[in-house]
Design a protein around this ligand. Structure first.
Ligand SMILES: [Zn+2]
Length: 198
């Protein structure tokens, strides 16, 4: 048997909805049932170290289907898209290609992959805030598009690349769809806005 290129790996627990301890079921935007429709979607989670307990906590998390994510990304200005593209090509590709042996074939590989920042290579234990992003289809994680983690320093760099028009459109998105507790919404406000990665 040869090497399996795209093994089917069930959604790792790390990407479960932290409120239910079960996989996400709905797109945050259109509320489509992601598993029943076997949709392609992405999950983003942001973790932050609680300054009192010192423990990492989830600041926010959501699942968004590809159609909705695309609609959102298409609302970014041309300038922002170009900046993001260049940033990821310069930084992330370099890091990923410098470790070409990474083949994701088990859930363990995914946890390994998510243990270091895709931009700086910093280990998760050195970070006080970071974000993980994965792509999924129905019940499974997509392993051809490798899930990644980025630390807060790099997240801020990425936010700095966004144009004012894009920031306005992100504010609209936040106002419409991300109606969590105030600290959750503040997360997106200047100067800590976060783009949706796709
Ligand atoms: Zn959707």
């Amino acid at each position: 048997m040869g090497k399996e290129q795209n093994p089917h790996i069930k959604i790792p627990r790390l990407f479960y909805d932290s409120l239910t301890n079960l996989p996400f079921t709905k797109c945050q935007v259109c509320e489509k049932d992601l598993v029943a429709t076997n949709s392609e979607y992405m999950i983003e989670k942001v973790y932050h170290r609680n300054p009192v307990s010192g423990k990492m906590e989830i600041m926010f998390e959501y699942a968004i289907c590809f159609q909705c994510a695309l609609m959102f990304v298409n609302s970014y200005s041309a300038k922002s898209k170009e900046n993001l593209q260049r940033y990821f090509t310069d930084h992330m590709q370099h890091h990923l290609t410098s470790a070409p042996h990474k083949i994701i074939s088990t859930e363990e590989d995914i946890y390994d992959q998510l243990a270091t920042c895709a931009i700086t290579g910093k280990h998760v234990t050195e970070l006080d805030e970071y974000q993980i992003v994965g792509r999924f289809k129905g019940d499974f994680i997509q392993t051809d598009e490798i899930p990644f983690m980025i630390g807060s320093g790099s997240m801020d760099e990425v936010s700095d690349l966004l144009s004012n028009e894009t920031i306005d459109s992100m504010d609209d998105f936040t106002g419409k769809y991300l109606t969590g507790p105030p600290e959750f919404r503040d997360f997106f406000k200047s100067p800590r806005r976060r783009p949706v990665f796709i």
